[in-house]
Ligand binder design. Structure first.
Ligand code: DQA
Length: 146
């Protein structure tokens, strides 16, 4: 199984940005955590992070040609604004799970909208970095039963 983990704007600033919300661990720590989980689970994983909406759309389209089996995506702020990212996920029809490190349901009203939620098989929010692992486990189970 081939997974792609996509992270949106400012996720590369983990450890620097608002540690009281996102914690002290860095983006590299996140990648290492996911890599070791993927190894244990016997799946291959690639990573993509961008601060640019169109680059994320391009990465989702590329996943189609690369025959990616599942996408874990934290679109970050674009969650709440991007029809383009939601449309791209719908276009490629690759099973996807939405992840948020913080519990967006307990934050500002503008974070209550998610354009990607309806096109994802699952949303995990407020579980820190472990949320990415939960999303991966869910998608592994989903693919096994598909
Ligand atoms: C986030 C939540 C978003 O509202 C925010 O814009 C982010 C990160 C999260 O992981 O908790 O950048 O997606």
């Amino acid at each position: 199984m081939k997974f792609l983990v996509i992270n949106g704007p400012n996720i590369n600033f983990l450890g620097i940005r608002e540690p009281s919300i996102y914690g002290a661990s860095t983006y590299d720590d996140l990648i290492n955590l996911i890599k070791s989980h993927a190894e244990k689970s016997g799946i291959s994983v690639d990573f993509f992070q961008s601060n640019h909406e169109g680059a994320i759309v391009d990465a989702i389209q590329k996943a189609y040609y690369d025959k990616v089996d599942a996408i874990v995506i934290n679109p970050a702020a674009y969650t709440h604004t991007s029809v383009a990212i939601a449309d791209a996920l719908k276009a490629v029809s690759i099973p996807a799970a939405e992840v948020h490190i913080s519990d967006v349901s307990k934050r500002e009203s503008f974070r209550q909208i998610s354009y990607v939620r309806d096109v994802c098989k699952k949303t995990v929010s407020g579980k820190g970095f472990d949320g990415y692992l939960e999303a991966m486990d869910f998608l592994i189970g989903y693919l096994k039963n598909a």
